[in-house]
Ligand binder design. Sequence first.
Ligand SMILES: *[C@@H]1O[C@H](CO)[C@@H](O)[C@H](O)[C@H]1NC(C)=O
Ligand SMILES: *[C@@H]1O[C@H](CO)[C@@H](O)[C@H](O)[C@H]1NC(C)=O
Length: 372
Amino acid sequence: MDFVGLSLPLIFLLWQWTFTTGAESYWTYNGPVGQSKWPEYFPVCGGAAQSPVDIAPVQTQYDPSLGPLTPLGYSQHGKVPFSLHNNGHTVHVSLPDWMGVGGLPWHFTAVQMHLHWGNGSPGAGGSEHTINEQRAAAELHVVHYNSELYPNMSMAKTQRNGLAVLGVLIETGEEDNPAFWNILNYLGRIRHAGQSVSIPAFDVQSLLPPDLGRYYRYNGSLTTPPCFQSVLWTVFTETIKISRTQLTKLETVLYTSKEEDSNRLLMQDNYRMTQPLNDRTVLSSFPLESLKVYSAGEISAIVIGALCGCIGLAVIICFIVKTIRSTSSWDVLPSIRPATILRMPGKEPKQDVALNTTSEPGKKEDPLPTSV
Ligand SMILES: *[C@@H]1O[C@H](CO)[C@@H](O)[C@H](O)[C@H]1NC(C)=O
Ligand SMILES: *[C@@H]1O[C@H](CO)[C@@H](O)[C@H](O)[C@H]1NC(C)=O
């Protein structure tokens, strides 16, 4: 009796401990504890203001008060090395607390940056945000906390407006992106979950696109459990490019499994599906008209195309006009002439004038009023 009385609460405590630690430390993108199950273990993941989202540019709302963002101290990386870490879900780089971002309603201090990517199959991307349902190859997130309202990241991450994340869509291009080697070169040293390595500090701004003035803004969440709805999101319209070699390295070097695990699992497709916008509005920092930036080549193609079109149209119009004129002189006039001659035999001189001036359209009408 005493034994049962004592062990029941113990068993309960043990069960609760297993359940909560298990749930909080263990989740995956796919499989039995994959993203569709997140809301069961992390209720906030089922909330109404989740991230990522699909951005449909035509449905965004231009807000002229959204100015360019200013990275603060991103280029002053100093001499202290950065720490690169494999947390089993992504690779992240811790950032020094003198880095921050301006141009937001509060001052935000940098904490870390990390990446999301796909699995290397052709046409399959790995970005979290999508534009018109199009998924980019990968996505970079630079995470900041609101240091004006909160003392640290752990306090800020659960609060509304507690975090600001800069999202940069990554596409593949012809050339290597030198800035990315600052991270990719060291992935081989943190292949397994839980591993960390110190890497030389580098200019973080070199990872960002040059144009920090054009972006989308919305209220959302962390894209990983526990999915706190505390993030003021900025997704830049300008993408950055890395080479296919660099993307392949990102997609094939890391494992989600620990070193001691015999069953090695590659870290791939570590992106969350887009979440419903619900009643949220995505704001844009630029009016829709300037959405497409035309290159010099495109502009000349458009100008030449328009010129050719105008010339073509002019030729067609000339041809039609000439055809009408010739048909008037060959068909219309002869049919009128006999009538005029028949009805008004005395007006033959006028008829000659009309015939001689068929090249002047204004005078062609003369025979008709006289015939009425
Ligand atoms: C964050 O700040 C709170 C309040 O000042 C403090 O209690 C907590 O220990 C801090 N957490 C960390 C991780 O520094
Ligand atoms: C985010 O939510 C706040 C209310 O907490 C609102 O004032 C703000 O306009 C929203 N921002 C965006 C981009 O929708």
